[in-house]
Write a new protein. Structure first.
Lengths: 199, 96
């Protein structure tokens, strides 16, 4: 969206008072969730700070394209995700591109998603894990897989909302979640084993 | 319904049947378990779940594990508050 276009929308859209009102009433209550999402994507405090700040300033600048009564949280998350991809992903401390492609190839094939896939992990072992261990297992996932788990299990978005935030079809949300959870189970399994919880 | 006219519940009916120790459609069941836990299941998926889940050991264990992981993610992870300095910067830039 060009700046010129946004300005013309702004002129024809909300009054200044309404813009501030929407910003404070609809956007600001989500700032903690946004901050945590930014932190889990970038895994860096300074980058998370910048990302949240950039996202909120963009949200204000383009507030005319936010339709009142629609889901503000999903709208904000989408802007944050796009900013992350465009501005931060390249420099973030991600597992290398090679690892990621390897994972994508393995888990994107139809065979991999159709075959019965089990990790030898018990619910009791997961119950023993503390928050930091679960967080580390989550953080060890490639960012696209980490993202769907954050959106679904931590933030409670529906598949439809996730599809809009990520610009992917609902079927892809479903299958990516499935793969992400299988990967997460592997990571949890290694934590549980190292802690001796699975014996 | 009082106790004397009690009809067996689905669970009690299921308990009379031998418990399955392997699942012939476990991959499909895993997808259904995911839909159920995410509150995204279709009516057909809910029916399949109700009819099969309490008599199939691998599916019961898988359900418990997936539920436990989902709950761990939502309950155990620390949620940090956004630093006040970020809030202040955003508000001052928006209001300038």
């Amino acid at each position: 969206m060009s700046v010129a276009m946004s300005e013309s929308i702004t002129t024809n859209g909300y009054t200044d008072d309404l813009r501030y009102e929407i910003f404070n009433r609809e956007f600001m209550p989500h700032i903690d969730s946004m901050y945590n999402f930014a932190f889990r994507l970038t895994m860096d405090e300074d980058d998370a700070n910048d990302l949240v700040q950039d996202t909120y300033l963009k949200a204000f600048r383009f507030i005319s394209s936010f339709e009142q009564g629609t889901n503000a949280k999903a709208w904000l998350f989408r802007i944050l995700k796009n900013s992350f991809i465009n501005d931060y992903r390249k420099k973030s401390k991600e597992p290398s591109k090679v690892d990621y492609q390897e994972v994508e190839t393995t888990y994107n094939s139809e065979e991999a998603s159709d075959t019965t896939y089990t990790v030898d992990l018990r619910a009791d072992a997961v119950q023993e894990l503390i928050g930091d261990e679960v967080a580390n297992a989550l953080n060890a996932l490639p960012v696209d897989f980490r993202t769907v788990i954050i959106l679904c299990d931590i933030e409670g978005f529906t598949y439809e909302e996730m599809a809009k935030i990520l610009d992917i079809p609902i079927g892809t949300v479903r299958s990516r979640l499935h793969r992400a959870r299988n990967l997460l189970k592997e990571k949890l399994k290694s934590y549980a084993s190292s802690m001796g919880y699975d014996s | 319904m009082n106790a004397s006219s009690h009809t067996p519940s689905v669970t009690e009916e299921a308990q009379k049947q031998p418990m399955k120790h392997s699942c012939e459609h476990h991959a499909e069941c895993m997808k259904i378990i995911q839909s159920i836990l995410d509150d995204e299941a279709t009516e057909a998926e809910k029916d399949h779940f109700r009819e099969n889940m309490d008599k199939c050991l691998p599916c019961i264990e898988a359900y418990r594990l997936e539920k436990c992981i989902k709950e761990s993610l939502s309950l155990k992870l620390v949620k940090k508050p956004c630093p006040q300095s970020i809030l202040d910067t955003i508000l001052s830039k928006v209001n300038s």
